[in-house]
Design a protein around this ligand. Sequence first.
Ligand SMILES: Cc1cc2nc3c(=O)[nH]c(=O)nc-3n(C[C@H](O)[C@H](O)[C@H](O)COP(=O)(O)O)c2cc1C
Length: 222
Amino acid sequence: MTTPDIPRSEIANALEFRHACKAFDASRKIPDPDVELIVDAIRLAPSSYGFEPWNVIIAQSEDLRNAVKAFAGNNAARFDASHFLIFTAKTGLQITRKGGHIDHILRDVRGLDDDEADDFKAFWTKWAERDFKLITADVVHQWAARQAYIALGGAMLAAAERGIDSCPIEGFSIDGVREILTERGLIDPTDSSPVVMLALGYRAGGQPAHSRRDLEEIVRWA
Ligand SMILES: Cc1cc2nc3c(=O)[nH]c(=O)nc-3n(C[C@H](O)[C@H](O)[C@H](O)COP(=O)(O)O)c2cc1C
C-alpha cells in the first residue's frame, strides 16, 4: 500500500459528479472490478468500536428486486440500476445479547479470550448506557444504522470516483422489505433489519445543479 496522492481536482470532480441519480440506463452494467472496489469501500468503512454492525445484500435477481420495488413507493425507476444494494443493521438485541454480535466480533474476528472479551464488552456497555444513552434495543439498532450510513457514504464516493452514479434510498417500507428478506431467508429478523438501500449504475440523461446551503451557514470555525 502506498500513500494516496489523488489530485484534489479529481476528488473535487467526483464530489460534483455525484448526484442522487433518479433515472438509470438499464443497458449499462458496472464492470466487476468496479463492483469489487465499491464493496471494498463498504467492507473497509470505519465503524464505532470497529463493530461493523451491518451487512449488505446485493439484490441482483429480478424476483427479489421486484418484490422490494413493491415496497419502495416512488423509487421504482431506481430499480433499473446495474446493482442494487440493501444495507441491513443488526438489531439491538443481537448486538448486545450473550453470544451475539459484539461477542462474535471480539472473540471470532479479533481473537480475544473470554476474559478480554468480557472486559471490553463491559467497557462498551458502560459507554453505551452512560455516555451515549444507547438505552433501549431500538436505540442500539439506530446506532448500528448510523454505522451502516458511513459505509453507504464511502460506497457512493468510491462509485463517483469511478464515474458511477448512485442513489441512496430511504423511501421504502422497513416492515415490508424486512418481510421480503425474511421470506427469502436473506435475513433473520431477530438478527438484522433493512435500514437504507443504494442503487448503483449509470445515469440516463443529465443531472440538475446541486442545491446546497452557503458554506457560512454550514461551517463555523471556532
Ligand atoms: C439517506 C438518504 C436517503 C435518501 N432517499 C432517497 C429516496 O428514497 N429516493 C430518492 O430519489 N432520493 C433519495 N435521497 C437523495 C436525496 O434526496 C439527495 O441526496 C438530496 O436531495 C441532495 O441531492 P444530491 O444528492 O443530488 O446532491 C436520499 C438521500 C439520502 C442521503
